[in-house]
Design a protein around this ligand. Structure first.
Ligand code: SF4
Length: 361
């Protein structure tokens, strides 16, 4: 499904993705890193991942072009097998890998894969965020590590297939769990490389993939005739998207093309999920802002529920604070009168005060 086109058809175009300027800059940097047969990239792979191996002079860079994603995936597997048999260093520029995701094949395209002289494989990620004094933004490095971990899993499937081939096969190659991250050095256009251990991200991703609901099970639960084709009328598409439960969170804004659409729906429904996962977790079974406010006012909710009790305590503290502020004389010559109001606490107020109240006990 093309979620970017779907979002546009729904009237909430995606703001997700890099700007054209960032894309152009990123592409120029990647071209520079891979120039001269990937000499600089291989030098960094040797220095950061495998300094004990022979230097990567005269590395092979096989042609991976083929028709369609399936053809490119098969061509990549062939090139990996040949590289292991040949020994020495090989650079695979934009190989194509396939990974089973919930029963459907997903095609993945790492920036590069390096085959080491011992036959092992390493993933290379080239990013345009800077590496200053040898370190980069941890959040961006974390995102790159999660991305690389998916490639590692896909490569492990290729390695397992090579290892299980009958006669003439090669032993299953080792896929290294330290990947090479290449970034511009200190805001320049010069590449800097760093080895990133992705074992944790790999384990988490493998667990998540194993737990994913199969796509057939998801589609079986949809109403007959549900279709997400972007050329369908907007009302039909909206109904189709509504048929799939979605739990919007602010994190969606940096991860999903449908984020603006889901945010609008979450706002319209007053869902507390749009206020962030930590707050949602604190509110327990209270799913909407309306329920939270009603619970704080004592109009609904189980008083034995810790979230409801905290909200009521927060509301009481707020009332008390407003009453005190309204009667106290400020220390300066100017008297500041706080509004005497019965306005119920907002979810944010309630949560912040609830935290204070909880901390007091
Ligand atoms: S809830 Fe988030 S991840 Fe799911 S479809 Fe909406 S924006 Fe995408």
């Amino acid at each position: 499904m093309d979620k970017a086109r779907l979002a546009t058809a729904l009237g909430a175009p995606s703001g997700f993705g890099q700007s054209q300027f960032a894309l152009t800059r990123g592409n120029a940097f990647e071209a520079r890193v891979k120039a001269d047969g990937g000499a600089e990239l291989l030098r960094l792979a040797h220095a950061r991942l495998d300094p004990g191996a022979e230097p990567p002079a005269g590395a092979a860079v096989p042609d991976l072009s083929a028709h369609g994603p399936q053809g490119r995936t098969a061509r990549t597997a062939l090139a990996l097998r040949e590289a292991v048999r040949a020994g020495g260093w090989t650079l695979l520029d934009h190989p194509m890998l396939a990974l089973d995701v919930a029963g459907s094949l997903a095609f993945l395209e790492p920036d590069a894969v390096v085959v080491h002289p011992d036959g092992s494989w390493s993933v290379v990620e080239i990013k345009s965020f800077p590496m200053v004094d040898g370190s980069a933004d941890p959040a961006k490095v974390g995102a790159a590590a999660r991305q690389a971990a998916v490639y590692v899993l896909a490569l492990e499937e290729v390695a397992a297939r090579l290892g299980s081939e009958p006669e003439g096969s090669v032993p299953a190659p080792r896929v290294r769990h330290r990947v090479l991250l290449v970034c511009p050095k200190d805001f320049s256009n010069l590449p800097a490389g760093s080895a990133v251990d992705v074992r944790k991200q790999r384990a988490v991703t493998a667990r998540q993939l194993a737990r994913l609901t199969r796509i057939e099970e998801l589609t079986d639960a949809l109403p007959e005739g549900t279709c997400f084709a972007p050329d369908r009328p907007a009302e039909e598409l909206t109904a189709a998207v509504e048929a799939v439960p979605a739990t919007y969170a602010p994190e969606c804004l940096s991860a999903c093309e449908l984020a603006f659409h889901c945010r609008d729906r979450a706002r319209a429904a007053g869902a507390v999920t749009r206020l962030g996962r930590p707050l949602r977790a604190e509110l327990g079974g209270l799913a909407t802002v309306g329920e939270v406010l009603a619970a704080a006012r004592g109009e609904s909710g189980d008083p034995d529920d810790p979230a409801v009790a905290a909200l009521r305590r927060a509301a009481a503290l707020r009332e008390e604070a407003l009453r005190t502020a309204g009667t106290a004389t400020p220390p300066t010559a100017t008297r500041v009168t706080a509004p005497r109001t019965e306005t119920p606490p907002t979810a944010k107020d309630a949560s912040a005060t609830a935290r204070e109240a909880t901390a007091c006990h």
